[in-house]
Structures are given as C-alpha cells and as structure tokens.
Design a protein around this ligand. Structure first.
Ligand code: PLP
Length: 399
C-alpha cells in the first residue's frame, strides 16, 4: 500500500483561518440578525485599478485573435513583465536587478512554499514566532529542523541574529505579517552580515513593501549592501495592487547567490530555481501578466496607490482607538496590520470569542501565528472605511 509523507501528520490539524471561519459561520447561523464586521483575514476589498482592468480586457481580446493568440508562454514569465519589475526596483528603490533574475509566478505563497525544493532537508531553518504560517508549515512538510526565534514586545517584534544560534535558512518578513513591524536598514544590515559570515541564506518576504511610507525604511533586502550574496526576495501584487483573486507575484534570485553541494562546492541558485519552475510550473496566464505589467506602467502605480491610501486611512482609524485607549500595539503605519495586546491579560482566542460574541467583530488571534503570538490580536485595515469605523466604535466598549 502507498505510504504517506509522515511529515504531513506532524502539521497542526486546523489551519488558522479555517478555525476562524468555522467559529464565524457558527455565530452567523445562531445570530441571523447581527451584522458581522470582518477585520480578520488579510484579503483586499477594493476593486482592481482601471488600467489593470483595461489590460485584462486587452489581453483577452488578443487571445481571441489568430495573430495575437498565445499558447504556453515562458515558464519564468514574459520578458515585458520581468523588465517592468526590474524598472520598478530601479525607480522605486534604487536597486539594480536584472530581468532574468526575476521569475514571475502566481503569487508569493507558491514561491515561498516551493523555494524549499532547492535546499537539502538537512538544513536548519530559522523562523520568527509569530509569523505568516506558510514558512513553518512548508518546512514541516519537507521534514526540516526548525528553530523558532521569539518576536515580542521586548524586541519590538523584530528579532535580531543570535550568534549562539546556527541556521542555514532564515525567513524574514518585513513589513511583518502579522505584527506590522518593519526592520530598519541597520537591523537588516546586521542580518545580512550574520548570513554572510555563517553562509546562511535569507528568504526575505516583501509582500507588503509598498505599505512602507518612510523612505528611510528598506522595502527590499537588496537595498542592503551585500544582500545579493545571501538573499532571495519574494514579492506579490496581492496586497499592493489587489491581485489576491487574479494571482501574480515575483521572486528575485541574484545571479551570484550560491549554496554548497555535499562536497562543499558552491552552486548558483538561480539556475536551480529556473530548473524547478520550468519543470513544475507552466507560467502565469498571458492575460494576468498583461495586467501585472499595467500595474508598473505609467498610470498603474498611481491608481493602485489610491486603494492603498484608503487602507492607510483605515489603519489610522484603528491606531486612533489604540492611542485613545492606551492599548499597547504595533504596526499600522507602514503596514495594513495592527497588532494589539489583548485587554486585561486575555488569551488570544478568548478575546476573539468575546469580540465576536459581544460585538460581532472578527479579528485574528495572535496565537494562530505561533505560540509567541499568545496574548495578542491582529486587526487588518483591508475593510471598508464605514466598516472599520463601526468596528472601532464597537470595540471601544471592550477596551
Ligand atoms: N507573504 C505574506 C507575508 C503574506 O501575508 C501573504 C498573504 O497574506 C503572502 C505572502 C501570500 O501572497 P500571495 O497572495 O501573493 O500568494
């Protein structure tokens, strides 16, 4: 009889958002008259920018005409998108990345999960706690040794390298999901120095880079000198351009980045990632790539930024309540997430239940992002402005 991958049996049974959805559905069924405000899941609510919609239409029209119809495209992405992303790095962050170091995908979740194919299962992996759960789960699935580094109020939810801890792969997420904390250039510089000294590779998740408002804060790890020798960066159009349903992201693997083989020889990772993607992935649809290129076109960023401005206003509304009530919180300034301490020393799921039952407001329990998230709660700014205001009015009674 076929045998399963035993590692899957080591995963936590219920995925965080499944458990949240089950509780919310049960509450809705028992309270049909109450309006639930959802401040939990990190999905966008505003529609796509007009230039993006026009590009989708244009792509669809081209697919319906013999002369412009496209079949399979390059697995790594069309050159016009890879060049547009390279231009974005240069113009927005002053970072030089070559188009062929950028691979287009159906989103950062896939790439963050698939990158582990490139690395020996014998590597030790360092992951922040709490953080986006995909890093931990994908490494459990492939049976790697994981070391957690605690993020807490003592380090501003930004763990720094510990010379006593040895790791081969290090996941960093900045601006962070769920805490909204953002590393400074100096702090990322310490991580880059540590990785270069120890031969580790940093897997940098920049899915929320466009939420950073302070030009002094880094949006790409490649803004840090030396990062090209020790880092891979993951990016997404999901939150910055509303592509959660459309699906498009990109990953940057610098040409000079290497890991070692069993004999200690240096092996460049870019050809391995290209090999992995061309073998197991058949590319993002042409129509979606047309839309992605439109994001980086002349009106695209300005139109997408109008949506980001709405989300920033929502974050401001949430932060104002936290300030008013003297609640300890993080994020919300360079991030769509506000990470608050639960009132009265409550546990995360207890506060979740109370907020749902008494106020019909849904958030995400911090403990769902890792044990160190216990006692904290994540609110997102992706709702409507009326919904966010109403939710804060309801929460005021509980804080
Ligand atoms: N990385 C982080 C930190 C996220 O929070 C998310 C989505 O919530 C993703 C990656 C996934 O992005 P995508 O929609 O591009 O798969």
């Amino acid at each position: 009889m076929a045998r399963v991958n035993q590692n899957f049996l080591k995963l936590e049974q219920s995925y965080l958002f499944t458990r949240v959805a089950q509780k919310v559905n049960a509450f809705a069924a028992q309270n049909p008259g109450r309006t639930i405000i959802r401040m939990g899941i990190g999905d966008v609510t505003l529609p796509l920018a007009p230039v993006v919609v026009e590009a989708l239409h244009q792509g669809a029209r081209e697919m319906g005409v013999k002369e412009t119809f496209k079949g399979y495209g390059p697995e790594q992405g069309y050159a016009f998108v890879r060049e547009a992303v390279a231009g974005y790095y240069k113009a927005e962050m002053g970072v030089e990345v070559a188009p062929d170091e950028i691979l287009i995908s159906d989103g950062a979740k896939s790439d963050v999960g698939n990158i582990v194919d490139l690395f020996d299962t014998d590597n030790t992996v360092l992951i922040c706690d709490p953080v986006y759960p995909v890093y931990l789960d994908t490494n459990i699935m492939s049976g790697r040794r994981v070391v957690l580094m605690k993020a807490g109020s003592e380090n501003g939810f930004l763990p720094m390298p510990d010379p006593a801890v040895r790791a081969d792969l290090i996941y960093l997420c900045s601006p962070n999901n769920p805490t909204g904390a953002v590393y400074t250039r100096e702090q990322l510089g310490e991580w880059v120095d540590y990785a270069r000294k120890t031969g580790a590779i940093i897997l940098f998740d920049a899915a929320y880079e466009r939420f950073v408002q302070d030009p002094a804060l880094p949006r790409s790890i490649f803004q840090i000198p030396g990062a090209r020798e020790c880092a891979i960066e993951f990016c997404s159009l999901s939150k910055t351009a509303g592509f959660t349903g459309l699906r498009c992201g990109y990953t940057v693997v610098p040409r000079e980045l290497c890991a070692t083989d069993a004999s200690g020889n240096r092996v460049p990772l870019l050809p391995l990632w290209v090999r992995r993607q061309t073998t197991k992935f058949n590319g993002v649809s042409y129509v979606v790539q047309k839309a992605a290129a439109a994001v980086f076109g002349p009106q695209g960023l300005a139109q997408c930024d109008e949506n980001l401005a709405c989300y920033r206003q929502n974050a401001q509304i949430i932060r104002e309540l936290m300030e008013e009530k003297g609640v300890e919180y993080y994020g919300g300034l360079h991030s769509p997430y506000i990470w608050m301490r639960c009132p009265g020393g409550m546990k995360s799921w207890d506060f979740f239940d109370r907020l749902l039952e008494e106020q019909a407001v849904v958030g995400t329990p911090g403990a769902g992002f890792g044990a160190a998230g216990e006692g904290f709660f994540r609110l997102t700014a992706f709702g409507t402005q009326e919904g966010t205001r109403e939710a804060m009015d309801r929460m005021r009674a509980l804080l």
